[in-house]
Write a protein that binds this ligand. Structure first.
Ligand code: C5P
Length: 407
């Protein structure tokens, strides 16, 4: 969502300005170009040198800078970009924005812009609670300015706590992505707008007793990447995730489950969906009679016999659903041998439209790794994809799915 985007970052004068340095890094690592503008107050807290070094861009500070006005100008700074991000937004800056004051470069840009504006306020809690700030915020909201935070917590000043801390850089990044996606949705640029995409991800844990379980090596990286790609393509996304160490993807509704039985319940409760992608590595078997207490050694030297029962097949259940089968149903096939034959038979048996097949032999490093080499198996044939990052595999699957839906 941020890749290739141009963001004007206005830094105003508050102690939270130090977090803006990290924010620049976070935006840049996601492929955005960050054009910094600093108010006079901001320069009391952090230096243009640091901001320039991190952004690798000219730092704009002065409304009447002859050179800058000649090259770029505040009007172009206000217009030629995808998003204006104000972080931190002080009470003073918010007041000026609300009342159309344009007495420095930052406020002139904010008055002249026709681009989306996202503000991350940061101020003392008393200033945030002040009626004047409340009104300014309400005015700005009616003009379509989006706010991220502030959060509650300890202030920089000793003994001060309350609402007024600037949101953390990653929260601001997520808010910036949401604003850009909203803009793209309104422009009709996203292929899955209005669609619901249901995704399963991660392993399942099948309990043996209250403290032990059967699991597999799935990390959830591919499923989570699919959820993100579907959101970026404009869909409403439900992610049913088994136990993983990954953070929940932003903007996605996540249902956490442990066992295959719970995953099936969550999936069925989330239907209808236009597209369902079952990327979870669901355990094929569970323990038939889960121990209610921790199983103990009995001193005989004989291990306990664990009887297994077959788990419900979630993909097949959805594939055979009488009235709620999604228009496009995609399964995965993680195999260590006979990849294509197994994938083709799964396509039929589970009534899926496509199977994304991958070889998960330990030497491939796919399980838990960041890259994936897949073959897309459909009734029309087999496509071999090159080795790609899991995020790129996800984007391609989603792009193909969106195209298939519009056929
Ligand atoms: O049969 P196999 O487990 O290899 O099939 C893999 C595909 O089926 C994956 O899409 C997986 O999410 C799905 N599956 C399922 N429920 C199961 C087993 C597999 O949805 N119990």
């Amino acid at each position: 969502m941020l890749s290739g985007k141009q963001i004007v970052l206005i830094i105003s004068g508050g102690i939270a300005a130090y977090k803006s340095l990290d924010l620049i890094r976070r935006l840049k690592e996601r492929g955005a170009r960050v054009i910094p503008v600093m108010t006079g107050g901001a320069q009391e807290f952090i230096t243009p040198l640091a901001v320039g070094a991190l952004s690798a861009e000219t730092v704009f500070t002065d409304l009447f800078d002859r050179q800058a006005e000649h090259d770029v100008g505040h009007i172009r700074l206000a217009r030629d970009h995808d998003l204006i991000l104000v972080a931190p937004a002080t009470a003073n800056l918010m007041a000026k924005m609300a009342h159309g004051i344009a007495d420095d470069l930052a406020t002139a840009i904010l008055l002249a812009t026709d681009k989306p504006v996202l503000a991350a306020p940061a101020m003392n809690p008393k200033m945030w609670d002040n009626e004047a700030t409340k009104r300014n915020r309400a005015i700005l909201k009616t003009r379509g300015i989006v706010f991220c935070g502030p959060a509650a917590g300890e202030m920089a000043e000793r003994g001060e706590a309350g609402t007024g801390r600037m949101s953390e850089p990653l929260e601001i990044v997520a808010a910036a992505e949401a604003v850009l996606r909203d803009t793209a949705l309104k422009a009709g640029d996203l292929p899955l707008a209005g669609k619901h995409v249901l995704i399963t991800s991660g392993p399942t844990h099948e309990p043996i007793d209250p403290v032990r379980y059967i699991a597999n090596r799935s990390s959830g990286k591919q499923g989570h990447a699919l959820a993100r790609a579907a959101w970026e393509a404009g869909a409403r996304v439900t992610l049913v995730s088994g136990p993983v160490t990954l953070p929940d993807p932003a903007h996605v509704s996540v249902i956490h489950v442990e066992s295959a039985a719970a995953m099936l319940r969550a999936v069925e409760a989330s239907l209808p969906a236009d597209i369902a992608i079952m990327a979870a590595a669901v355990a094929d078997w569970r323990v038939a009679a889960e121990g209610k207490e921790k199983i103990k050694k009995d001193g005989s030297g004989r291990p306990p016999a664990l009887e297994l029962a077959e788990n419900p097949d979630i993909l097949a259940t959805v594939g055979h659903h009488r009235n709620l089968r999604p228009r496009l149903l995609i399964g995965f096939a993680a195999e260590t041998q006979n990849l294509l034959d197994n994938a083709r038979s799964k396509l039929e048996r589970k009534k899926a439209d496509w199977i994304v097949a991958n070889d998960v032999s330990p030497q491939t490093g796919i399980m838990g790794g960041d890259a994936n080499t897949v073959r897309l198996v459909s009734r029309d044939g087999v496509e071999d994809w090159p080795e790609l990052g899991k995020a790129e595999v996800a984007r391609r699957i989603i792009a193909r799915a969106a195209a298939a839906l519009s056929d």
